[in-house]
Design a protein around this ligand. Sequence first.
Ligand code: AMP
Length: 358
Amino acid sequence: MTTLAPGAVIGIIGGGQLGRMLSMAAAQLGYRCFIYAPAKTGPAADVCAKWVQGDYGDAAALATFAKSVDVVTFEFENVEPDPLRSIAAHAPLYPPIDALEIGQDRIREKTFAADCGARTADWAEVNSRADLDAAITKIGTPAILKTTRFGYDGKGQARITKPGDADAAWNALADAGTLILEKMVPFAHEFSLLIARDQQGSIAFWDAPENVHKDGILATSTVPAHPKVLEQVPAARALARRIAEKLNYVGVFAIEFFASDEGPVFNEMAPRVHNSGHWTIEGAVTSQFENHIRAVVGLPLGGTKLAVPGVEMRNLIGADADKWLEWASDPLTHLHLYGKHEARPGRKMGHITRLTGL
Ligand code: AMP
C-alpha cells in the first residue's frame, strides 16, 4: 500500500450530491477530484477540478478516465460492474467491485448477508404471476414486492397488504425483471450503520443514526438513536465487521436495519457514503466523506466519535428547499444545498443538520 500525497487526483464515478460532498472533503485534504458522469453537469460540477462526460457503460472511456487519475472510487451504485473492470489496469479502484455487484441485487445481497450471519425478512424470488401467488402463500401478508435491481428511494416497490392486492402489485412491477417479495418486518425503529475500513484493514463505526423514511425516501436521521436501537447496535456492528472483512472492503459503506423485537434485521447495504451519514459532516470528529477519501488515498481513518451532544439531519425534498432562508437563519442549523436547478417532487435538493443538546 502506498499513501497518495496531497495533490494527487481522485477519480469519482458519479456526479451527484455524494460526489459533491466527497470532492469538498478531498479538497480540504489537498486532493483534487475528477468526476466521470453521463450528464453534462451535476451537483458535483461546482466543486470538482474536472468534469468528464461519459457513459457508465463505456469501458474505453472509463479506461481513459482511469489513466488521468491516481485512484478511482464511485458515489453511485447503479452502474454495470463489467465496464468498471477496465479501470483496474490503470488505477486502483475502491471499494471492490464485488461489493457493488452484491449491493445491486436484493437477492444476492440478502443471501450474502445471511451467509455472514444476518437475520433478514422472509423473502421469495418472483419471476411470474404464479410465482407471486406462491410467494404470498409461502411468506404471507403484509408483504412488499420490490424490484431486485436498480431500485432506490422507494421506487420499484408495491405493498401487498392482503392477497387481493397481488394483481395491482404485479401490474405495477411485471416489466421490471426479477422481483422479490419480502415479508413486512414489524419494527418500531429503523437505523443504519456507517462503517469505514481503510487499506490496512482498520474498521471504524460512527454512532448509529435512527432513520425515518417517508414514501420510501429517507426523511430524517437522528443521533443519538432511541435506546431500543442502541441495544441492537453491538450485534449489528459484529455483522458489519464480518461483511467488511469478507469483501476486503476499502472505503465507507452503510447497512440499513430494522430494530425488531428479535434483534436487528438486515434490510439493505450501500457500497458508498450514505444519506443517513450526512450528519457526520458537523456531528462527528471526521465525516463519512473525509474518511472515505482517507481510505481510498491510503491514509489512516480519522476519529468517528460524536463531536456534539446530538444531531438531527433532515432531507430537503422538492419544495422544502424553498425555505433556505429560514434554515440559514437558525444559529444551530447547517444548511446544505446541492445546487440542483429544478425542484421536482421527491428530489433531494439539500439537507439540514441541526445540532441538538447544546
Ligand atoms: P428499501 O428501498 O428496501 O430500503 O425500502 C424503503 C423503506 O421501506 C424502508 O426503509 C422501510 O421503511 C420500508 N420497508 C422496506 N422493506 C420493508 C420490509 N420488508 N418491512 C418493513 N418495512 C420495509
